[in-house]
Design a protein around this ligand. Structure first.
Ligand code: 16G
Ligand code: ZN
Length: 520
């Protein structure tokens, strides 16, 4: 190990005093100006991860997603575009907080039996935040202690995942941003041609003043006509402010700068373009189409194609506790597709979805994708068809596996999947909104002394600690028609979240408020 290099390089990235860092659900995330040493150390860890895997390409993404402009964050992406395995998260935390970096690196190298000479390439990307460029340089500095760095500059998070995967697996696509664009556009256009669609796909997207805006512009074509609002990435203080998927979902209202025409579909991305929600207005009433709706739309569309293609595949939908109870009921009773629940956080949903031939996973907040197993994809490619209708459905399914990002939830590819599902089924956004009605629901945030005292089970739907609290919640819930309520510690903020739903909006608000009182 080139000890000198590590200590010399690390001296350029001193750790701020009195700060502790924890690698959580979304990697490290805090005020951007505090993150220089952490990002440097994540760079070191990423090259160790590459060495551990015999030189495979690893990714580092610098982003704080939907968080406010002054925040930033960093996470590591594994070779096939998955999140860093949970076993390695403590190493990230260990290095970020280390007061003796050389010893801690040596410790990890010994424990994981790493030959640092094997360290290969680490690809790096960032969103559009003010602290991004400086943190990008810190990451590169860290990576180059053992490995090689390649910066792609500004990227959406899913683009970085794509780039990592395509560097390791050339069949996945060309390892460039252009390769990403080409893969999606050509699959979308081919589907449109198969279905003889003449009119271009059209939508207005609120890009949260984030990186999704410039990236969407690269995706126009004769058949794709997207207008982007909230596209100001120059004004660094505008990111995610009064716009973006998180704002729209949390406040259940239109973002700034969208003046809707009734019955027309709009969409919002978050700051790093891995979340998307849709909406329309109906006589000025705002109708949100969130992750639950995207899951049901895509699952039923894919089901129809499977039937037309006469292909059998086992499909499951993965939800979290935040999924609206009426969406779960609709999936189970009307679509007749099995539902699994996992804790919040993409890695949990993604993992579960991999158990199916087709695993559809979406968090209600709009993060999700559809995973197709390798086995099914090769079956689809080798199936012989006996009618043009079967042939078209089969081809569409194969092309959808290219439109839909197979590594992580992706605003851009989810946007196209939704537009295709609507257009091909001749379904309007109003039809989509009427697939099922939604139970009134409300989210509360409570600041408590120690959020780690709240321990859950059953995919975060029940508390096991503090002792006795769940029984009190159960007693409250029982008093409301179709009441449901759960409490969980946030993984990204120092707070506890309370979600309530009930048959009426008044009951839902009342139930949530009473449960919040129990926490004080
Ligand atoms: C992270 C997760 C997101 C989840 C959110 C919950 C990833 C990439 N992101 O942002 O999926 O919805 O945390 O936040 O896994 P919370 O724990 O603060 O409620
Ligand atoms: Zn995001």
């Amino acid at each position: 190990m080139s000890k000198d290099t590590l200590s010399t390089a690390s001296a350029r990235h001193p750790k701020p005093p009195n700060t502790t860092f924890a690698y959580g659900t979304a990697g490290f995330r805090t005020i951007g100006s505090l993150l220089d040493s952490t990002v440097f150390r994540v760079g070191v860890l990423a090259s160790l991860r590459s060495a551990k895997l015999g030189g495979k390409t690893i990714g580092v993404m610098i982003t704080a997603s939907h968080n406010p402009p002054q925040d930033n964050g960093v996470k590591v992406v594994d070779p096939l575009g998955e999140m860093l395995p949970q076993l390695w998260e403590p190493y990230a935390t260990q290095l970020a907080n280390s007061d003796n970096l050389e010893d801690d690196v040596r410790d990890i190298v010994a424990r994981e039996k790493i030959d640092v000479a094997q360290a290969g390439l680490v690809v790096v990307g960032m969103d559009t935040r003010e602290t991004g460029p400086q943190l990008l340089r810190a990451a590169i500095d860290g990576i180059e202690v053992f490995g090689r760095a390649k910066s792609f500059g500004e990227l959406t998070t899913p683009q970085l995942h794509y780039l990592v995967r395509s560097h390791n697996d050339p069949e996945f696509g060309e390892p460039s941003e252009n390769g990403y664009n080409k893969k999606i556009i050509s699959a979308v256009e081919e589907i449109l041609r198969l279905w003889n669609v003449q009119e271009p796909l059209e939508i207005t997207v609120d890009a949260a003043n984030g990186v999704g805006a410039p990236k969407l512009r690269n995706l126009s074509s004769d058949l794709i006509n997207i207008s982007v609002v909230n596209s100001n990435t120059q004004d660094k203080s505008a990111l995610n402010v009064e716009c973006g998927a998180d704002y729209v979902k949390t406040n259940q209202k239109l973002p700034a700068n969208v003046q809707p025409r009734d019955h027309q579909l709009y969409s919002s991305f978050d700051g790093d373009a891995d979340r998307v929600v849709f909406y329309y207005t109906d006589e000025s009433r705002f109708q949100l189409l969130d992750g639950d709706r995207i899951a049901t739309l895509l699952a039923s569309f894919i089901n129809k194609l499977l039937q037309q293609a006469k292909v059998k595949a086992n499909m499951g939908i993965i939800q979290t506790a935040y999924a609206n109870g009426d969406s779960t009921k609709y999936i189970q009773e009307t679509l007749q597709i099995p539902v699994d629940f996992t804790p919040t956080g993409v890695k949990h949903l993604h993992h579960k979805a991999q158990e199916y031939d087709i695993g559809v996973y979406f968090e209600a907040n709009g993060h999700g994708t559809v995973l197709f197993s390798e086995k099914l994809i090769s079956e689809l490619k080798s199936t012989h068809t006996s009618s043009p209708e079967e042939e078209r459905a089969l081809k569409t399914l194969v092309l959808l596996t290219e439109v839909i990002n197979q590594t992580v939830g992706d605003s851009i590819s989810d946007l196209f999947a939704v537009l295709l599902a609507l257009r091909i089924q001749n379904k309007t956004c109003v039809d989509w909104g009427k697939d099922y009605t939604e139970l009134p629901n409300k989210l509360f945030k409570v600041v408590v002394k120690d959020r780690f005292a709240f321990k859950t089970t059953d995919a975060e739907r029940r508390l096991v600690e503090p002792a006795g609290l769940q029984a009190k919640i159960d007693a409250l819930v029982a008093a409301y028609a179709r009441g449901r309520c759960f409490v969980r510690a946030s993984g990204t903020e120092n707070a506890v979240r309370v979600y309530s739903e009930a048959a009426s909006a008044a009951d839902c608000a009342d139930l949530g408020a009473r449960v919040c009182e129990l926490l004080e």
